[in-house]
Design a protein around this ligand. Structure first.
Ligand SMILES: [Zn+2]
Length: 45
């Protein structure tokens, strides 16, 4: 069986320009400034 150990409800993308956050991954573009969102979900090492 598969168990998700992380919470998908938390935003995994963040705009380095204005700080906008979104959890949608289909189109990781900031709707506020149009910048490309950075994946912050890989901070776990
Ligand atoms: Zn932005």
């Amino acid at each position: 069986m598969i168990v998700d150990s992380y919470t998908p409800t938390k935003p995994s993308y963040e705009c380095p320009g204005c700080g906008y956050r979104d959890h949608a991954t289909s189109d990781p573009l900031c709707p506020d400034c149009g910048g490309q969102l950075s994946n912050i979900a890989v901070a776990r090492e």
